[in-house]
Design a protein around this ligand. Structure first.
Ligand code: ITT
Length: 198
């Protein structure tokens, strides 16, 4: 069985990635299965830089093909913040709940049609020689109160364009179909399928 290592500790991401790659016959490992790998500092200024940093750092230790996902939320009213700082938005001790509270506080009473935002995802596959880059975006708005208990991160506040439910209400099947990560993963799957036929 072909092996891929996901350079992530984020359970939500890992399960979304698995749902695309397991059906292709890949055995998926992640940083959750291998404690002891030192924390990787995300020193880049873009999602792509950070994904490349994570993929290379983990490949250098693990030596099997690595996927790294760097992703986040860009809010127009906040000039693109939290962006690459999405996981660390509320500072030391940041977690999903604190980040969501911080986001709601920053947006205050701003009316709904001005609360536009997008999720972005860059997935890098690194095999020691090449970096392959796969990207996806998903447009939506930030609502006033968290809704739903599925997904992770900002999902309870993010309502994708064309829907009246948040990602946390829509659940993984629909989220995977339309999300930033779903789109990046679809390109990755196409690439892997093509590679398989060569
Ligand atoms: P790893 O680096 O271990 O993969 P992380 O959570 O620290 O996990 P990032 O540095 O890429 O990952 O930060 C991504 C953050 O962006 C994540 O913690 C969420 O706050 C947010 N985010 C990204 N994709 C999301 C999604 O699909 N739904 C909700 N929030 C998301």
């Amino acid at each position: 069985m072909k092996k891929i290592f996901v350079a992530s500790k984020n359970k939500g991401k890992i399960s979304e990635i698995k749902s695309y790659l397991s059906p292709l016959g890949f055995e998926i490992f992640s940083l959750l299965d291998t404690p002891g790998i030192p924390e990787i500092e995300e020193t880049g200024t873009t999602f792509e830089e950070n994904a490349k940093i994570k993929a290379k750092a983990v490949f250098d230790i693990i030596k099997i093909p690595v996927l790294a996902d760097d992703s986040g939320l860009e809010v127009d009213l906040l000039e693109g913040r939290p962006g690459v700082f999405s996981a660390r938005y509320s500072g030391i001790g940041a977690n999903d709940e604190k980040n969501n509270t911080m986001l709601l506080a920053e947006l205050g009473e701003t009316e709904l049609n001005k609360r536009t935002a997008r999720f972005k995802c860059v997935i890098v596959m690194h095999d020691g020689l090449n970096n392959r880059v796969f990207e996806g975006e998903c447009e939506g708005i930030i609502i006033f109160q968290p809704r739903g208990n599925r997904g992770f991160g900002y999902d309870p506040l993010f309502m994708p364009v064309g829907y009246t439910k948040t990602f946390a209400e829509l659940g993984n099947d629909i989220k995977n179909e339309i999300s930033h990560r779903g789109k990046a993963l679809k390109s990755l799957v196409k690439f892997l399928e093509l590679e398989n036929t060569m």
